[in-house]
Design a protein around this ligand. Structure first.
Ligand code: GBH
Length: 481
């Protein structure tokens, strides 16, 4: 594999998107204003023990009221793109009728971005399902995919001409397997194979929207954002470890890659999960004729979210990485449906405050694999970033050298993939600012910008200034003395 030495200078192409990402429930607050109704996260965050400190998104970063100030902040950081998500329960509060006041917020946001020459990148679903739809079965119900299409198409009628990038789902893996198998995320269901059923319906919703927008002749670039896990066997010579890696790659990565880019489920995944039943029938029977054709409708872009690699083992290990939300007083289950025996042992790599391993080189491997094995459309890194325990210093500044190193290393890794022939056109940091980190509440900080939740004061961290410099020059300079 090509290497990207820290001593070299790296230039990114002109027109490259330099942005930051956020999600509606994580930053907006104002959860009961202007006709918004509850999402599954409003409900779930009130379940005792579900979220650290009992935090909710009721106020979050108060972005709903501070949006112009936050767009000005992006501009001051030289970002030329912004990835945000739309709250479905603002746009279609009862999952039926349209709410003009809710849509108006996103119209104003898009106007503000365009006025600052910041390219809007819209995500239709970043996990905030209207509670009324969960009450009707949520993503285990096929009907939810059709309701998603109704919502998406009506929003496109309003904003389709001014937003050049539309992505359907953010990380359907998390919605499906943390939401319906492990229970770490809303709606907190722990129903084993329900994760696979939900994954299929999430992909169906994606396919329905892309297919219909094509028919309508949209001018927007269409895509999806997937989260990827680079999986390695802890001992490459151990057959059970190798088999664990194959199965986890199937359940995390190929469960989406194969249907979306090849139009079928992988044989080994079907074989490994063939014994699992949903409501008394083999789970695969939720896949109906024509679904895979819709799901594999060609895309213009692929959004790649990458944070960390995982080494896996088919044997028990004492020292495993903290996986999905083990702080929770409320018992959670493994999201690895059909792979419950797999462990994620430590390798002694540095970890972030999430206990996620840092290994930038894995990003190069991931991008090259997606390009080579799946022939994916142009890629954009739609999330990459790290949580560290930031504090505001006596000088009023937030120094976060570990996060600067994380960004520097991963940008070099992305650049190495581009030199190897990967078509990569943009990079969005997660996140613009500290925010509601799902089951971890406000206890984990991923922002380029520090947020004081008492005062809502925003303070750009050293990493924000680093990224602003890269964005404005389009290059990474040599590191160190
Ligand atoms: C993203 O998800 C989200 O899109 C974003 O909203 C969030 O704030 C951000 O990242 C930071 O967390 O093997 O069971 O332990 C996180 C992506 C994918 C990372 C699953 C942890 C391991 C699951 N996650 N992964 S497990």
């Amino acid at each position: 594999a090509p290497t990207s030495s820290p001593s070299e200078d790296h230039t990114f192409p002109s027109g490259f998107l330099w942005g930051a990402s956020t999600a509606a429930y994580q930053i907006e607050g104002a959860t009961d204003e202007d006709g918004r109704t509850p999402s599954i996260w409003d409900t779930f965050s009130r379940v005792p023990g579900a979220v650290v400190n009992g935090d909710t998104g009721d106020v979050a970063c108060d972005h709903y009221h501070r949006m112009p100030e936050d767009v000005a902040l992006m501009k001051s950081l030289h970002l030329n793109a912004y990835r945000f998500s739309v709250a479905w329960p603002r746009v279609r509060p009862d999952a039926g009728s349209l709410n003009p006041k809710g849509i108006d917020f996103y119209k104003r946001l898009v106007d503000e971005l365009l006025a600052h020459e910041i390219t809007p990148w819209l995500t239709l679903y970043h996990w905030d399902l209207p509670q009324v739809l969960e009450d009707a079965g949520g993503w285990t119900s096929r009907d939810t995919a059709y309701r998603f299409a109704d919502y998406a198409l009506s929003l496109h009628d309003e904003l389709g001409d001014r937003v050049p990038f539309w992505t359907t789902m953010n990380e359907p893996w998390c919605s499906a397997f943390l939401g319906y198998t492990g229970g770490q995320h809303a709606p907190g269901r722990q129903e084993g194979v329900a994760g696979l059923v939900a994954a299929h319906h999430l992909m169906l919703g994606h396919g329905l929207v892309v297919d219909e927008l094509r028919r309508r002749g949209t001018t927007a670039d269409l895509g999806i954002t997937l989260n990827f896990t680079v999986v390695d066997p802890i001992d490459p010579d151990d057959e059970r470890d190798r088999d664990a890696a194959r199965r986890i790659d199937g359940l995390f990565n190929r469960v989406f890659l194969e249907p979306i880019f090849r139009g079928h489920y992988a044989d080994d995944l079907l074989a490994d999960t063939g014994h699992l039943t949903w409501r008394g029938r083999p789970w695969q029977e939720v896949v109906q004729d024509g679904d895979l054709d819709l799901i594999s409708t060609p895309l213009d872009v692929l959004g790649v979210n990458y944070y960390h690699p995982d080494a896996v083992s088919g044997h028990p290990h004492d020292d495993v990485l903290g996986s999905a939300i083990e702080h929770a007083p409320r018992p959670v289950r493994t999201p690895f449906v059909g792979c419950e025996d797999v462990t994620m042992p430590r390798r002694g790599l540095p970890v972030t405050a999430m206990d996620w391993e840092v290994q930038p080189e894995a990003l190069t491997r991931l991008l090259v694999r997606l390009h080579t094995d799946y022939g994916v459309p142009p890629m954009y890194i739609t999330e990459n970033g790290a949580a560290y325990d930031d504090t505001v210093g006596d000088d009023g500044r937030v120094h976060d050298p570990d996060r600067v190193d994380y960004y520097d290393g991963h940008l070099r890794a992305a650049h190495a993939a581009m030199e190897a022939g990967v078509d990569m056109r943009g990079y969005f940091a997660w996140s613009l600012m500290d925010n509601f980190e799902w089951a971890y509440g406000y206890s984990k900080r991923f922002g380029l910008v520090h947020v004081d939740y008492e005062t809502q004061a925003r303070t750009p961290k050293t990493s924000a200034l680093f990224l602003a410099d890269v964005a404005s020059t389009g290059r990474l300079g040599p590191v160190g003395p």
